[in-house]
Design a protein around this ligand. Structure first.
Ligand SMILES: Cc1cc2nc3c(=O)[nH]c(=O)nc-3n(C[C@H](O)[C@H](O)[C@H](O)COP(=O)(O)O)c2cc1C
Length: 190
C-alpha cells in the first residue's frame, strides 16, 4: 500500500537532469495504469497520451525550434537550446492531452481537472518506480499551430502538459512546501 511517506516524497526532477534509461514499453504501460486511475465525473475518460522517445525527440525539437523562430524571430541561442533540451534530454516524454469536445453535462473545467489529475499520478507513479519526472507547459502547450500541426491535436483538445521521465542524475534538494495550517480555515454558518 502507498503510505503518506511515499506520497510526501514526490518532487520534480528538472528535465535537464533526467537521463537514460527511461521506462520501456511494459513499464510505461504500468505507470499509465496508475495514472488513469483518476476521479472522472461521468466516466468521460477525457484524456489521451502521446509518447515521444528515440529519434522522435529530435524531430519534435526541430519542429518546436522552427515554430519558436516563427513566433520570435529574434530568439537567442540560449532560448533555442533550452527549448530543444526539453525534448532531447529526457529519454521519454509523455504528452497528456485533455479531450474537451461538446458535453451537455460535464463542464470543460471538470474534464480538464481530471486530465490534470492524470499528470500528477503519472509523476507519482514514475517516482514510485525509481524514475524522476517533471511536468512542463510553456508556450508549446498553448500554441494552436504547434499543437495541431506538429502534435496532431484536434481543435477541441488541449495539452495539459508534457511529462518528462528518466533517471535522475542528481539528488534534487527539497523546496519549501506550503504549510497546511496557514491554508485551512473553518467554515461556520453566517
Ligand atoms: C501545469 C504546470 C506547468 C508547469 N510548467 C512548467 C514549465 O513550463 N517550466 C518549469 O520549469 N516548470 C514548470 N512547472 C513546475 C514543475 O513541474 C515543478 O512543479 C517545479 O519544478 C517544482 O517542483 P516540485 O514539483 O517538486 O514542487 C509546471 C507545473 C505545473 C503544475
Amino acid at each position: 500500500m502507498l503510505t503518506l511517506d511515499a506520497l510526501d516524497s514526490r518532487l520534480s526532477t528538472p528535465t535537464r537532469q533526467l537521463a537514460a534509461p527511461g521506462p520501456g514499453e511494459a513499464q510505461l504501460l504500468r505507470l499509465l495504469q496508475t495514472a488513469v486511475r483518476v476521479p472522472d465525473h461521468g466516466k468521460r475518460v477525457p484524456f489521451r497520451f502521446l509518447r515521444i522517445q528515440g529519434d522522435a525527440r529530435i524531430a519534435l525539437a526541430d519542429a518546436a525550434q522552427a515554430r519558436l523562430l516563427e513566433r520570435e524571430p529574434g530568439a537567442g541561442d540560449a532560448v533555442v537550446q533550452k527549448l530543444r533540451s526539453r525534448f532531447t534530454v529526457p529519454p521519454l516524454t509523455v504528452a497528456v492531452i485533455a479531450k474537451l469536445g461538446p458535453d451537455e453535462k460535464i463542464p470543460d473545467s471538470e474534464r480538464f481537472a481530471t486530465a490534470s489529475c492524470v499528470c500528477l499520478l503519472l509523476l507519482q507513479a514514475a517516482q514510485a518506480e525509481g524514475y524522476g519526472a517533471q511536468w512542463l507547459t510553456g508556450w508549446p502547450s498553448y500554441d494552436r499551430r504547434f499543437l495541431e500541426d506538429t502534435l496532431g491535436l484536434a481543435a477541441d483538445e488541449q495539452l495539459v502538459g508534457t511529462i518528462a521521465i528518466g533517471t535522475p542524475t542528481v539528488a534534487v534538494p527539497e523546496r519549501d512546501r506550503p504549510d497546511p495550517r496557514a491554508l485551512l480555515a473553518e467554515w461556520t454558518p453566517a
